[in-house]
Write a protein that binds this ligand. Structure first.
Ligand code: GLC
Ligand code: CA
Length: 568
């Protein structure tokens, strides 16, 4: 018999919860300007309550000039004009609570907007009181003796180009790991930490239920700022010098003591470049830093042809190896976040499943099952519960995302990829795939907006939309509802120990979970063919859920999933 972990896993509400991510710009537009907004979210709380999720993580809604759709914040204590007002936010918070939905805010504190008052001050002069809120460096002298003012080192930004921007006013460079309108804060300055913690406290007092912390693994930089390994013959890789830096755990422990531990909130770190060992610190079960982390290995499983860009899909063996590693190595030590998609990734069914009409619904259900039965807290990205797919754009003009547009220009200008290749990569991986408007109905603009949507609506909205799915008991929506209910009623799904099964299979992903003598078995066929499965013929207990009504003995049909529970 498998070892059981009676009482070893501490209970917590955020372990039992299912999180639903809202990208407000794309969710619902209440006033016809083509941009989703807070009052749009308020209109759909019944829908979210019906789905059964516990928590809404809302991508940034703060004041922002929108260079990176709100991830460039100019005022942390105000609301983006397009999204509404603080009063709308307060209504959303209290109405969400009435609907038994908690609200998790996106906390973007690795950087601010260059329009934030701190940066406006900081760039004014070298002795400005806010100067050290950001990371300023002198230009490097040119080796050829010319008076060119070179960037301090070769670091490349995550959004293409140099990570340094020259600022004429003081003749120095500032660091921006993302766009040049997103200067990095200097966390080594205690006044920065005081200001950020004070702001977080203000939101906690308002009654919000947690924070999703944007690129929080990047807040502490290597103080020697060395050149990085040159990538694609362009810029140096910043990852080793900005991810998991020397003081990151110290700063998060300070945040935990001064703010987080004083409230009953949940926290999840978006931890670019995180390893299993680092995750054990960020999300340690001792509660000293954050509750859980987002790791990136499974969404980066296929090496890019240029940068992160490729049109190749990950194979099941590669995917399984990564997922199993995170499942088994964090066991009892730290808590996983489970996700196949979010606002930075393409649509999960298009990437990991099969979005052709024959298999879209069945593979979307399979993927959801695979995710929700693993150990950790599952995250649903808006529209995944409908099986929404990638869109296809023929022209660069249709893309809205700064990362995609910059990458296209950088790699085609330098001759590293042809325009055709780049378009293929963008269509496969661009963040715009996730950001097309939510498909509510088969009416105008998919019921998202009466005006002209800021991003094109996926033309498949006539078939794929919430209205159609709510009228069909076999829809992806109701399948998710069932998965969520199972989680809420079956402790082994939340707390059971994970053990991989069938590790040599090229087609089937399988694992079991055990708790107090109960065994849950999850089987998923990741291919479009029927495959033999001896394990399926064993006595695995009662079937809890499956995406097929009829089964084939000793086999799993195309994208078939089955979950069994054998009681002690
Ligand atoms: C995170 C966000 C992404 C944003 C970036 C910079 O990765 O998820 O959307 O562009 O940080 O803030
Ligand atoms: Ca609007």
């Amino acid at each position: 018999m498998m070892p059981v972990n009676k009482d070893t896993e501490k209970k917590a509400w955020w372990k039992e919860a299912v999180i639903y991510q809202i990208y407000p710009r794309s969710f619902a537009d209440s006033n016809g300007d083509g941009i989703g907004d807070l009052n749009g979210i308020r209109r759909h709380l019944d829908y979210l309550e019906k789905l059964g999720v516990d928590v809404l993580w809302i991508s940034p809604v703060y004041k922002s000039p929108n260079d990176d759709n709100g991830y460039d914040i100019s005022d942390y204590q105000d609301i983006m004009t397009e999204f509404g007002t603080m009063e709308d936010f307060d209504c959303l918070l209290s109405e969400a609570h009435e609907h038994h939905l908690k609200i998790v805010m996106d906390l973007v504190v690795n950087h601010t907007s260059d329009e934030h008052a701190w940066f406006v001050e900081s760039r004014k002069s070298k002795d400005n009181p806010h100067r050290d809120f950001y990371i300023w460096k002198d230009p490097k002298k040119a080796e050829d003796g010319s008076d060119a003012l070179l960037p301090p080192n070769n670091w490349g930004s995550c959004f293409s180009g140099s990570a340094w921007q020259f600022d004429k006013a003081t003749g120095m460079y500032y660091l921006h790991c993302f766009s040049k309108k997103q200067p990095d804060l200097n966390w080594d300055n205690p006044k920065v930490r005081d200001s950020v913690f004070g702001m977080m406290d203000w939101w906690c007092k308002k009654g919000i239920d947690g924070f999703r912390m944007d690129v929080i693994s990047m807040i502490s930089k290597d103080p020697s700022f060395p050149d990085g390994k040159v990538m694609d013959g362009l810029y140096g890789d910043i990852t080793p010098y900005v991810c998991n830096g020397p003081h990151v755990h110290e700063y998060l422990k300070e945040m935990n003591t001064r703010v987080l531990s004083r409230y009953d909130i949940m926290t999840v770190g978006e931890t670019a470049g995180v390893t299993v060992d680092e995750a054990k610190k960020y999300a340690s079960s001792d509660g000293s830093e954050l509750n859980m982390v987002f790791q990136f290995e499974h969404v980066g499983a296929v090496p890019g042809k240029v940068g992160k860009w490729t049109d190749e899909k990950p194979s099941l063996p590669v995917l399984r190896k990564i997922l199993n590693k995170w499942q088994t190595e964090l066991e009892g030590k730290a808590w996983n976040s489970l996700y196949f998609g979010n606002h930075d990734q393409p649509r999960s069914v298009s990437r990991f499943g099969n979005d052709s009409p024959a298999f879209r619904v069945i593979s979307a259900k399979m993927l959801a099952t695979c995710l929700h039965m693993m150990k950790g807290t599952p995250y649903i990205f808006e529209g995944d519960e409908l099986g929404m797919t990638n869109i296809h754009f023929d022209s660069l003009e249709d893309f809205r995302d700064i990362e995609s547009i910059n990458a296209y220009h950088e790699y085609t200008d330098k001759g590293l990829a042809t325009p055709e290749e780049m378009m293929r990569y963008l269509n496969e991986l661009s963040r715009d795939n996730a950001r097309t408007p939510m498909q509510w109905t088969d009416g105008k603009n998919a019921g998202f907006s009466d005006g002209t949507p800021w991003s094109r609506v996926n033309p498949n909205y006539k078939e794929i939309n919430a209205e159609v799915e709510l009228a069909d008991p076999d829809s992806v929506f109701f399948y998710y509802q069932k998965l969520i209910r199972l989680r809420h009623t079956t402790p082994v799904i939340v707390y059971g120990i994970f053990r991989p099964l069938l590790e040599d299979s090229n087609e089937i992903y399988a694992y079991e979970r055990t708790l107090d003598g109960d065994t849950l078995t999850c089987l998923c066929n990741f291919t479009d063919k029927e495959v033999a499965c001896d394990l399926c013929s064993k006595d695995l207990g009662n079937e809890l859920i499956s995406n097929y009504k009829e089964h084939v003995p000793g086999a799993l049909q195309a994208y078939e999933t089955r979950v069994f529970l054998k009681k002690n």
